[in-house]
Design a protein around this ligand. Structure first.
Ligand code: NOJ
Length: 744
């Protein structure tokens, strides 16, 4: 009887509050939502509140250690407020029914998942997405991902991953936007806009998660989950900016990182989760931990046991515990013992419930779990068409000797070789959500789709990705002998990057380089198509290949997208978001490094290696085109700038080749002297333009003091007067230079 009355009362309150309400004004600050949340919270027991702070995985997908297999029972008991790794309209509807119909208050579940680069229609891995430098397309890819994911009952994606990383040994570089904070922040903003739109009640928008807070991308020795030990200044200038950008953009949630920082695991860091996130940035979404990262404070040596870890995490500012069951098991006891306050719990629950209201789940808890929408919206023709275009934009042309590419439409024969040339499984990369690799188009299929009978394809696998079996070499060489050109698809397998996939040696795995060298001896044009999740050390390939295409893992439409570039239906326009080392010993290698007191010269006692140059094999921002671009001299509106001035920067770019092409015009600055030493280059702007043959366009950038500012010796964000150099060009090393002075 009591149960029925409560449920009725709760239902009335939710309905009354929802009648005729506008969706939302501002992000998560709507007063009426706050009233609704408060009225619901008045009905909740402490146990029910704690339940809202618990996130468990279902057994549908595995993205970490599986610790609790009784998630359904926990839903029935009202002891879990959110579920991840469960999708499809049917399954989410079934779990939602349990929460809504079988618990005392019927509070709907929130369904989360790693929708990282597409949901069913898989786009390029994020490093590849970033290589497009096309923020509109990135936003659109996130919109499509949200549309597909929400049609399968999901409300919340654990994306964007915005860990700046300068270490390609770290497998999660694949999921990142590379080494630059400015570019990463732009991508982060675009993705948040794409996922969340401007109305979370809309059926095709979902909550975004900025992760992993913070500095997870700089683990010692590139080993996943390893210690991070950086300075406060580096934290502020390199690792925090993308997170700050997502908070400004209204990201609903932030995920803590696994690593420690300043000796404190991120999930126990009051400094990060409260002082920076809440007090400095006014973040008003909720904080979720990464998978069991509260429990991991014990092996970190920061908490005595799980219960102690729970106390530290809650008091630091964690709102939701992913999979660790620490809040589930100990929060009530901790309140009774006075170790944590119910007020802090209330605050966390308020934040979580706010999101459930924002999504409209109290109006209709099943609104996202609609089999018909799923049928209509997932992997549509339009989504696949977009994916193909987006994927080809992600391809970076690294080398093109004697214009070997594009191949002629009339080419009679191609030797298509390599373990990745006809391999569906690897094409969708790591973190491919609900992507089905059997739907992916291989390179072989892509070439056949385009050329039909026009071109004879001599296919041979040649080698496996990662073993020492050379028995396929003979067949590969025989195939190559019969063809006009060799197209060799080599790289890594998908799970050689991503989580828990660090490599100490980042050369081509197995005998693939040997296979390449054997084929290169035939003196035929050889086009290398790279597929992988990270920069590899490719000096020997670079030396001997005629052409090289970096294609990352491009997702569902891989083969068609690569064929578009191989045959010139699309002129490649991708640019590297990360420097490619020549040798693993150069790591960390990144363009925005400091100059040192002994910058390299021929003289012995300067900063250099005896055996390898300092420079990368391919620099940040690098990527060729089938056409050529000419840059004019850089023009400035003035060679002096006051603090409140806007400095205009102009350059004219001309397409000097004979086909349409797109160019990413990049702007870098260098301040010559600062209260702390300044990087030799910093990206501060870019624009992607398209130019017909012979066409010129003026590209204009505007710089304000904020573009010149940094966290200085006093840990304050400020611009310091002084001399600046400014560089505009096609990559960080190939630029036009200008100079200006910033006055007080
Ligand atoms: C662990 C990963 O670090 C995180 O990025 C992911 O969102 C969770 N597992 C959930 O799968």
């Amino acid at each position: 009887m009591k149960r029925q009355i409560l449920v009725l009362l709760a239902a009335t309150l939710f309905t009354a509050c929802n009648l005729g309400e506008p969706a939302r004004e501002g992000w998560f600050t709507d007063e009426r939502t706050a009233e609704r949340v408060d009225s619901l919270m008045q009905l909740m027991t402490l146990e029910e509140k704690i339940g809202q702070m618990v996130l468990f995985t279902s057994d549908m997908d595995v993205t970490g250690p599986f610790m609790r297999d009784h998630y359904v029972e926990s839903i029935e008991n009202g002891m879990v407020g959110a579920i991840f790794n469960a999708y499809t309209a049917e399954y989410t509807r079934e779990l939602q029914r349990i929460a809504v119909e079988e618990t005392r208050l019927g509070i709907p579940l929130l369904f989360g998942y790693d929708v990282v680069h597409g949901h069913r229609t898989i786009f390029p891995i994020p490093l590849g997405e970033t290589a497009t430098w096309d923020m509109e397309a990135i936003e659109q890819s996130a919109r499509i991902a949200a549309e597909e994911a929400t049609a399968e009952g999901l409300h919340w994606t654990f994306s964007p991953m915005i860990d700046v990383t300068r270490d390609p040994r770290w497998g999660r570089i694949a999921e990142s936007s590379g080494e630059d904070p400015f570019l990463t922040a732009e991508v982060a903003r675009a993705k948040v806009r794409g996922y969340q739109g401007d109305d979370l009640t809309a059926l095709n928008t979902m909550l975004a998660t900025a992760k992993h807070f913070v500095a997870y991308g700089e683990p010692q020795a590139g080993r996943d989950y390893h210690t991070v030990d950086i300075s406060e200044i580096t934290l502020r200038n390199i690792f925090l900016p993308p997170f700050k950008a997502t908070v400004e953009e209204g990201a609903a949630t932030i995920m803590t990182a696994f690593n420690e920082l300043f000796g404190v695991p991120a999930s126990g860091s009051e400094y990060l989760l409260t002082q920076i996130l809440r007090d400095e940035w006014n973040f008003n979404g909720f904080v979720v931990t990464d998978y069991t990262s509260i429990n991991e404070m014990v092996p970190h040596g920061f908490a005595r046991d799980d219960k102690h870890a729970g106390e530290l995490a809650l008091n630091a500012g964690v709102d939701m515990d992913m999979q660790g069951a620490v809040f589930h098991d100990y929060l009530e006891e901790l309140v009774e013992e006075g170790k944590v306050s119910e007020a802090v719990i209330d605050q966390a629950v308020r934040r979580i419930l706010t999101m459930k209201f924002e999504l409209g789940l109290f109006d209709d808890p099943y609104r996202y779990s609609d089999p018909q929408r799923q049928e209509e919206l997932v992997m549509t023709e339009e989504n696949l068409e977009f994916a193909r275009d987006f994927s080809r934009k992600a391809i970076v042309l690294l080398k093109n000797e004697d214009d070997v590419l594009p191949l002629s439409d009339d080419i009679g024969s191609i030797a298509l070789i390599g373990p990745l040339a006809d391999n569906q499984r690897e094409m969708i990369g790591s973190w491919s959500a609900a992507g089905d690799y059997t739907q992916s188009v291989t390179l072989r299929q892509g070439i056949e789709n385009r050329q039909g009978n026009r071109t004879r394809i001599h296919y041979a696998r040649g080698a496996n990705i990662d073993d020492d079996d050379k028995t396929g070499f003979g067949e590969a060489i025989a195939a190559a002998r019969q063809a006009e050109v060799i197209v060799l698809a080599i790289g890594e397998y998908a799970l050689q990057s991503g989580e828990a996939a660090s490599r100490a040696d980042i050369s081509l795995p197995g005998v693939q380089e040997e296979l390449f060298l054997e084929l290169a001896k035939l003196n035929k044009p050889i086009v290398v198509v790279l597929m992988k999740g990270r920069p590899l050390t490719l000096e020997r390939v670079d030396e001997k290949a005629s052409a090289i295409l970096e294609t990352w893992f491009l997702g569902t439409t891989t083969g068609d997208a690569i064929a578009d570039v191989l045959f010139g239906d699309y002129n490649p326009s991708g640019k590297l978001p990360v420097s490619y080392p020549r040798h693993v010993g150069q790591i960390p290698i990144f363009y925005n490094h400091k100059n040192t007191g002994r910058p390299k010269t021929e003289f012995k006692f300067t900063s250099k290696y005896l055996d390898v140059p300092n420079s990368p094999l391919y620099p940040f921002g690098y990527g060729l085109s089938y056409t050529t671009f000419d840059y004019s001299e850089v023009q400035l509106s003035s060679d002096e700038m006051a603090m409140d001035d806007v400095l205009e920067v102009m350059v004219t770019v001309t397409n000097t080749g004979d086909r349409f092409g797109e160019e990413v015009v990049q702007l870098y600055i260098r301040q010559l002297v600062g209260s702390i030493t300044r990087p030799v280059r910093q990206l501060k702007g870019f624009e992607k333009i398209g130019l017909e043959p012979g066409e010129s366009k003026e590209v204009r950038f505007e710089l304000t003091w904020e573009d010149l500012a940094f966290y200085n010796a006093d840990n304050e964000f400020a611009a310091e007067p002084g001399d600046f150099h400014l560089f505009i060009g096609t990559n960080v090393e190939d630029t036009q230079k200008a100079a200006f002075v910033l006055r007080e």
